[in-house]
Design a protein around this ligand. Structure first.
Ligand code: CUA
Length: 327
């Protein structure tokens, strides 16, 4: 049997190797390995650049320090000296100490300057074309995202936005809700949606496409299902959509059901952490349904507090058609 010190060394080597394997698997899972997702807005580009700078510098320091450590362990090992005898004690080296104090200060100052330069304005939209900004109110709610456009149009979980135009986001949560965090990595950094407080961020998507997001603050049982999408479309298509949205009750009803009801009652109303919906009497009675949506009941949060009539009616029509026929 190897002596205790070597046994400990062997065990820790295995633990480190196992950890490295686990972590490398995680790092290489999807999303391009350790790289951030491809940026499609200037502020997301700044975050990506800062990420690479810090990774390269810290990576180089890691390699340097570990290499020096291994070198010193080999070069200055005890070589036959009994374990209980201490090695030679060396005190003080003015120039070396100055150097290893000054270099980290310079590195940190360099990183800080780069970050301040690159990420200046990460949460405030550029002033250019200020009159042409689209302003959207973003509400984080248990467990969905609600978007309100300047013309009063409402959308759930999927934010539609015009390409090449600055979109200003006013991010908040209702007073009776909890904190969430808005995060669409391709379009910028995280920003908390805090009850009663208004936070601001923006994006300017350079390309038509769908960008995935996820609530980034643990907000309750169905936090993991609190996904969001930003669908970037050509500006003319956006303008037509946002106008049409004011009268598109069926689409709003479906979106609201899938976003606000689905996470707890199942996307097919089959029941999940909330009861199944098929044949539920409340769904056929808009008055009772609205009271329930606005006030919640026991474990059910007041998902519909603050909705306008249009959204309430759209959901009522949708669930009535889908669940109250008993079919
Ligand atoms: Cu909302 Cu996590």
């Amino acid at each position: 049997m190897p002596p205790p010190v070597r046994r400990k060394l062997l065990a820790s080597t295995w633990i480190v190797l196992a950890l490295a394997l686990v972590l490398s698997g995680t790092a290489l899972a999807g999303n391009g390995g350790i790289a951030p997702v491809a940026p499609h807005s200037p502020n997301a580009g700044g975050i990506r650049d800062a990420y690479w700078l810090v990774l390269v510098i810290t990576g180089a320091i890691f390699v340097l320090v570990e290499a020096a450590l291994v070198l010193f362990v080999i070069r200055y090992r005890s070589a036959g000296r009994p374990r209980e005898v201490e090695g030679p004690q060396i005190r003080g080296h003015g120039r070396l100490e100055l150097i290893w104090t000054a270099i980290p200060i310079l590195i940190l100052a360099g990183i800080a300057s780069f970050v301040f330069y690159k990420l200046n304005g990460i949460d405030t939209a550029p002033a250019r074309a200020a009159g042409n900004h689209l302003k959207v109110r973003v509400e984080g709610r248990q467990f969905y995202w609600r978007f309100v456009y300047p013309n009063g149009a409402v959308a759930v979980n999927e934010l539609r936005a015009p390409a090449g135009r600055v979109v200003d986001l006013d991010i908040t949560a209702p007073a009776n809700d909890v904190a969430h965090s808005w995060w669409v990595p391709s379009l910028g950094g995280k920003l908390d949606a805090i009850p009663g407080k208004m936070n601001h961020t923006w994006f300017e998507a350079d390309k038509v496409g769908v960008y995935q997001g996820q609530c980034a603050e643990f907000c309750g049982a169905q936090h993991a299902l609190m996904l969001s999408r930003v669908r970037v479309v050509p500006p003319a298509e956006f303008d037509a959509w946002v106008t049409r949205q004011l009268t598109a009750g069926a689409s709003l009803g479906r979106q609201t059901f899938e976003g606000a009801c689905g996470p707890c009652h199942g996307v097919n109303g089959q029941g999940l952490i909330g009861p199944p919906l098929q044949g539920n009497g409340t769904l056929a009675n808009p008055k009772m349904l609205f009271v329930l949506l606005r006030n919640g009941r026991r474990a059910m949060p007041p998902v519909g507090r603050g909705w306008d009539e249009r959204q309430l009616n759209a959901l009522a029509a949708y669930v009535k058609k889908r669940f109250s026929s008993g079919g």
